[in-house]
Structure formats: C-alpha cells, structure tokens
Unconditional design. Structure first.
Length: 248
C-alpha cells in the first residue's frame, strides 16, 4: 500500500511569518496516514526546520546544483540541503525546464546529486498545451520519466517519487480531469513495470497543477494518484491542511 505524499511547493513565495503560521497550524494536526512536505525558498529552510520540529511536516527544497561544492555563484548543493534537514527535493520542475532551460540530462544529473546526498528526489514531468494538442502528451512524459528512471540502479529508483504536472494546468486554475490525470499515471506506472513490477507498485505518483481544497479529493481518489504537488494552494494554511486531510 502506498502512503500518500502531499508536497507544498511555495516557489518564490512565502515569508518567515508564513513558516511560523504553518508550524503552529501543523502542531495541532494528526497526520499518521499521509506524508506532508513543505518546499519553501532556500532562505527559509532553517527557520522551517525549527518551526516544523514539533509537527509532522517534512522539509523539501525546490532544486539543487549537481555539484557538491565549487565556483557556482548563487547555487546550492544537495549536501548543503541535507545538512539543513531537507528530506525531499524537486527536480525538473517545468518552470526550471522552461525558464532556466534545464535539459533532461541536467535533470538527470540533479537526480544523481540528490540521491548521492541522501535526499529523495521528486522528479517533475509534464507536457505543454501544444504537446497535448498534438497528441504527444504520453510520448513527452514517458521520455522525461525514462531519461532518468531507465538509468538508475534499482536501489536508487526506490528513493524516487514522480510528479506529473501538465504545464497547461500549472497556476492556470485549469486542472487536468481526474480521468486525464489517472490515464497518465497509469502510463507512467505501466512504463515502470517494464523494468520492475514490484517497484512500479511501490512508486509514488503525485499530481500537480491547480490542485486545491475543492478538487483534491476527486483527484486523490484515482487508483494511481498517490498524492499532490501543490503550488498556489500550499500558501494558504487552511486550504493546504484541507488537502492533506483529504489524502489521509
Ligand atoms: P499550482 O498548484 O499553483 O497550479 O502549481 C502547481 C505546481 O507547479 C507545483 O509544483
């Protein structure tokens, strides 16, 4: 049985005050049957580690550099994240693929670096609207998944989570229908089963893209959706707790 994971990606949003608000709210909440992670911007990680210490919240980061250290101005390594109690790290978010031109190869390098630092990568994949309209959704997503997963050792694959985030659903208020999301999840799990059926059964698949307190339940009810990667709604503590509760 896969334990659901709800991950809040704050992107370049939030504040020290919001970190405190989440720490207070989640100290009161019992979340035995769901894993919950918050991915704040880097400067808030240490404050979040302290504020979340007495809560079930786990700590996540939004990206990492493939190197452990060196002359990479502005970058942060996996080892640094691990030192600050980070457990999960997003890799290959579509905003990074599009705005910062991260290629499949660079995404793969980041996954390897994250695994090397003992972090659990959340590999983000998803097609653009043009790709969907051209009937290429599954080809694009399975290419992004395969580029990384096919090159990992079985032990490394076990550490992975995959988040399917259709680019056209991110921040647009336009959610994939539960059927569209389920169809893609089944394709990803089916692809993985080609390598290792046991691993495919255990692999957590998250949906992301305008998921909110109103639509979470229906999405999470789908057979192959094991959680959510939440953007906008993860900045509102009431909405985010409601999503976590519908997963639990
Ligand atoms: P929204 O929930 O704001 O659509 O963002 C989704 C996302 O990109 C999470 O990584």
């Amino acid at each position: 049985m896969r334990k659901p994971l709800i991950a809040g990606n704050w992107k370049m949003n939030g504040s020290a005050e919001l970190v405190e608000t989440f720490g207070r709210a989640f100290a009161e909440i019992d979340l035995m049957s769901v894993d919950v992670a918050i991915h704040p911007p880097f400067p808030y990680l240490d404050a979040a580690r302290q504020a979340f210490a007495a809560t079930p919240l786990k700590l996540g980061a939004q990206t990492l550099n493939p190197l452990d250290s060196g002359a990479r101005t502005g970058e942060v390594s996996g080892q640094m994240l691990a030192e600050f109690g980070v457990e999960y790290v997003l890799v290959g978010h579509s905003e990074r693929r599009q705005l910062y031109h991260e290629s499949d190869e660079q995404v793969y390098e980041r996954v390897i670096a994250a695994l090397g630092a003992g972090l659990k990568p959340i590999l983000c994949v998803g097609e653009t609207l043009e790709e969907r309209d051209a009937g290429l959704s599954e080809d694009v997503v399975l290419r992004q998944v395969g580029y990384v997963m096919a090159r990992l050792e079985p032990g490394q694959r076990q550490q992975m989570t995959i988040a399917y985030e259709p680019v056209w659903a991110i921040g647009t208020g336009r959610t994939a229908t539960p059927e569209q999301a389920q169809q893609m999840m089944a394709a990803i799990r089916g692809y993985q089963a080609g390598f290792d059926r046991e691993l495919a059964d255990a692999l957590r698949l998250l949906y992301g893209g305008s998921m909110n307190a109103g639509n979470a339940q229906e999405l999470l009810a789908q057979q192959d959706i094991d959680g959510g990667l939440i953007g906008g709604a993860s900045l509102k503590v009431d909405d985010f707790t409601a999503i976590c509760q519908s997963a639990g």
